[in-house]
Design a protein around this ligand. Structure first.
Ligand SMILES: [Zn+2]
Length: 181
């Protein structure tokens, strides 16, 4: 099995092998870009720069999770290797994040939400409409953001729409996402 790791990860792995991982300093790394460093974002909690995150060491490299992610907590309980991560992302890197909007079903509602999001320079990747008894209850959107401040800006813009009750970040609980056409 091929394990591709960056220099930072190699030194971390060496620390584990040498039994030095009890030291707090050895359990913390700082990262800037996840592009070429065998680092990826977990698809359960969609961490973005600005979140408190931790990295799980896997055969595919380091996978970042939000600190309160259930999968991360379970991995810690099973004593899998993980480390604290200080994440200062490059300005041009975008990250996917899942949000849920609770709203009244009004005419033109989708267009208004799309326009509010577009004004924050945020892209919509996928959209799922939640229905109950044939009427719409809410929306789940997978959007791309640079970091937490741009996400906050987009959420604020959506919340300002009259027919919107709430906007929250959510974790992926096996939802079926529909491509936005
Ligand atoms: Zn996670």
């Amino acid at each position: 099995m091929k394990i591709a790791l960056s220099d930072i990860l190699i030194s971390f792995v060496l620390n584990i092998i040498q039994g030095n991982n009890g030291d707090e300093l050895n359990n913390r790394i700082s990262i800037k870009s996840i592009k070429e460093n065998s680092i990826s974002c977990a698809r359960c909690c969609y961490p973005i720069p600005g979140d408190k995150v931790a990295g799980l060491l896997t055969n595919n490299g380091l996978v970042l999770h939000r600190f309160d992610c259930g999968n991360l907590l379970r991995a810690k309980q099973k004593h899998e290797q993980w480390l604290n991560v200080d994440w200062h992302a490059d300005k041009d890197e975008e990250f996917e994040v899942l949000i849920r909007i609770e709203n009244d079903n009004r005419r033109g509602m989708l267009a208004s939400i799309a326009s509010a999001i577009a004004k924050s320079n945020v892209n919509i990747e996928f959209l799922e409409i939640e229905e109950s008894n044939g009427s719409m209850k809410g929306l789940k959107l997978l959007i791309s953001v640079l970091g937490i401040s741009q996400l906050d800006e987009a959420i604020y813009a959506i919340k300002n729409l009259k027919f919107v009750h709430s906007v929250n970040r959510v974790s992926n609980k096996k939802i079926v996402l529909m491509a936005l056409i």
